[in-house]
Design a protein around this ligand. Sequence first.
Ligand SMILES: Nc1nc2c(ncn2[C@@H]2O[C@H](COP(=O)(O)OP(=O)(O)OP(=O)(O)O)[C@@H](O)[C@H]2O)c(=O)[nH]1
Ligand SMILES: [Mg+2]
Ligand SMILES: [Zn+2]
Length: 364
Amino acid sequence: MDSNNKIPNSAFLHEDLLNVGWNIFFQDSYADYPQNRIVRVLSAQRGRFLVSNGKSEWYCSSSGALKRGDRTYPVTGDWCIADEQSLIEVLPRKNILARGKAGSNGKNSEVIIEQPIATNIDTVFIVCGLDRDYNLRRIERYLALVYSCAISPVVVMTKSDLVESHAEILAEILEVAPGVPVVLTSMFNSNGISQLQEYLSQGMTVALLGSSGAGKSTLVNTLYGSEVRVTGAVSTSVGKGRHTTTSRDLLRMPDGGMLMDNPGMREIVFNPDENGINAVFPDIQKLSEKCRFADCSHLHEPGCAVREAVELGEITVKRLASYHKMKSEQEYAADKMVKSSSRIEKERRKGIALKRRSLSKFKY
Ligand SMILES: Nc1nc2c(ncn2[C@@H]2O[C@H](COP(=O)(O)OP(=O)(O)OP(=O)(O)O)[C@@H](O)[C@H]2O)c(=O)[nH]1
Ligand SMILES: [Mg+2]
Ligand SMILES: [Zn+2]
């Protein structure tokens, strides 16, 4: 460490904010902001925000300066400057879990249309049930998204009580998620729980992603140690409203870390960027260096090392198909973004032209 660096000293950390995920990084980054007005957004619903300063919680609206639809509109996980009634400013985000990502038309004109879902996250647990929900292609897609947002993933396979072949499943998942920690859990035992708790230490924030019914809320309850979230079984058989804490998406866990259940991304409607996709397919990336053409698409070119590996059985047909599918979707999405941005630009110019025309009507 550089000796000029500030020595992290937890004695200087804002004590109350430690209850909502504060750490030395935020303390440093937000040193110039009035610390006694900083809050964290625990949930965001239709313009109503549950916030906490670590000591008390209250509901806020957003100040007029924050516009819905803007990238800077507050979402769960944000640190903000607030008063009793409203959120005034969203502080710079460490990272953003977003639905859309930067696209490029290949001419260096980058267009960013992203829809933040949650922010300031250290780890994403990609939650997938070992029932009908089990789908390797979906895990690949979630991974691509999480990598696109430069956040670390952990794959959590829930409902391990429903299958016996744990070793086979682990091997299958490791094939689509090389180098990614994979944890098997079940609501009927505590296997894997302590491993997950390591990501939930003081100052850390974890978000859960996964389809509806994957077992996210059940996992939150297990990690929390009691029922803080309504689960599928409870909400259908006992009825909603039994639990009072459901409006809170960001929860403080026993070891001090913050856990975010289901930050509004139930099904996969997102566009990972190119880097995210490449990170999910390092095997294909590596082989492509050996393709005869530098810009080989691995579809029809001669001398393609990737297709050769498929023929040799080193890469499954399904994996290459999944790669192609994600690539073409990403290219389509990027193209659409570029088109919509050029349309916006056209409209903007038209707007200026109209203004000029209307101004020119005034003859002095
Ligand atoms: N057999 C088994 N069932 C589980 C397990 N974990 C969750 N379930 C069941 O799966 C169903 C869905 O669980 P939830 O935790 O509500 O799922 P969720 O991901 O929070 O779903 P949404 O809130 O709709 O996104 C419930 O009926 C749970 O009882 C498990 O480990 N084993
Ligand atoms: Mg749930
Ligand atoms: Zn190739």
